[in-house]
Design a protein around this ligand. Structure first.
Ligand SMILES: [Fe+2]
Ligand SMILES: [Fe+2]
Length: 148
């Protein structure tokens, strides 16, 4: 083992914490736009918490992120309800689980019992998985209803 030759932890080539690539898009314009906005806020939160270590600003941004996440979830749920999506209930459940988890993390962050990285890390992982697995599942349904 050549310990001195160990590679550094990988960082994205462009230095962005959550870099959104066109492959991340699901092909429903209004939601892709909202997903990109959320990714942008997660990047800002990461910068505030980890690079600038500005707790007050991070706290404010976390509030904003929570609000925007709620708004995005509501817009998905409304459209899915309107178009009678069969898996609406399980999708709704996933959204509400995330909101609860996020609220909990935010509380812990405020109480000072959470590392600064935990929130952006959780959000990045959860959002990516949810979009790529669950959001993608409603795409054929919405397309069949003429949504693009
Ligand atoms: Fe979504
Ligand atoms: Fe969703």
């Amino acid at each position: 083992m050549f310990g001195w030759n160990k590679p550094k932890a990988p960082t994205p080539a462009n230095g962005v914490y959550f870099s959104w690539t066109p492959e991340c898009d699901i092909g429903i314009q209004r939601f892709d736009q909202e997903h990109r906005q959320l990714a942008g806020l997660i990047n800002q939160l990461h910068t505030l918490m980890v690079v600038k270590r500005d707790r007050a600003a991070a706290d404010q941004l976390a509030d904003q992120l929570l609000k925007m996440t709620r708004t995005h979830f509501a817009s998905e749920e409304d459209l899915l309800a309107e178009t009678e999506y069969e898996e609406l209930e399980s999708h709704r459940q996933q959204h509400s689980d995330l909101i609860n988890e996020l609220r909990d993390l935010h509380r812990q962050f405020k109480a000072g019992t959470l590392s600064a990285l935990a929130m952006p890390n959780f959000l990045k992982k959860w959002l990516m998985e949810h979009i790529q697995n669950s959001d993608r599942r409603y795409v054929p349904h919405l397309k069949s209803k003429g949504v693009d």
